[in-house]
Design a protein around this ligand. Structure first.
Ligand code: SAM
Length: 219
């Protein structure tokens, strides 16, 4: 999607993807990663997700990246903190406590920006991107994460012809095609969620699953 698409979504407050609580499947599966407190966690395409606050509350340092200044401001306001603001070639950095959120383009982050991100959490990031950008996201952006980085990826699967994305349907075969070269992939859970998503039903979607994958960088 063009950045303007997302800027407009935030300007119009069309942010149906935002959740008022941390992602339940993260709460369930994050502990299985066995990460030490202090591990730096990369949260790409972060929006204003409360997942960042939860990860920081677990003792992690968090690096998020998000295009929309509206989202970044709302995240810190919503958490009742005033961030320090600095600029770099990656964008505008907002820091408060253990959370750093870069307002900028995720694809502009290089290995130096992602240094020491030994973990990654993706909810509604890969599936927010059309197919060509999914390739760049998995093969280029994730390739800049350090070796032995591990994390969770949460996807949606539905018959793509029944609805236009985003969110896009990303089936297990695609996840494997995107990541298997550089990451070991373990499917932790696949769950039918159609009944809990009336908006998808209204749009004519007849099947909807969410999957959780554990990814670990091979080298
Ligand atoms: C579907 S939302 C998900 C947000 C968050 N992960 C969540 O679970 O609420 C996708 C977000 O990615 C942001 N985004 C899209 N493309 C981006 C890019 N290239 N770099 C940084 N952020 C981007 C959008 O502004 C939007 O807030």
């Amino acid at each position: 999607m063009h950045p303007d698409f997302w800027h407009q979504r935030w300007a119009d407050n069309q942010i149906g993807f935002h959740q008022d609580a941390p992602t339940p499947l993260m709460l369930k599966h994050w502990p299985s990663l066995g990460l030490a407190a202090g591990t730096r966690v990369f949260v790409p395409l972060a929006g204003k997700t409360l997942d960042m606050a939860w990860l920081a509350a677990q003792g992690h340092r968090v690096l998020g990246v998000e295009l929309s200044r509206i989202a970044v401001d709302a995240f810190f306001e919503g958490n009742g903190v005033t961030p320090e603001v600095t600029a770099s070639k990656y964008g505008t950095h907002y820091r408060a406590g253990d959370i750093e959120l870069i307002c900028g383009d995720a694809f502009g982050l290089d290995e130096a920006a992602l240094a020491r991100c030994d973990a990654v959490f993706d909810r509604a990031a890969l599936i927010a991107l059309p197919e060509d950008l999914r390739q760049r996201y998995a093969r280029e952006l994730y390739a800049r994460l350090p070796s032995h980085c591990r994390g969770l990826l949460i996807t949606l699967e539905y018959p793509q012809h029944e609805k236009a994305g985003p969110p896009f349907s990303v089936v297990e075969n695609e996840v494997r095609a995107l990541y298997a070269r550089d990451w070991t992939i373990e499917t932790l859970e696949r769950r039918d969620i159609l009944e809990t998503q009336p908006k998808f039903v209204e749009e004519g979607v007849t099947e909807l699953h969410t999957s959780v994958y554990r990814l670990e960088r091979k080298r």
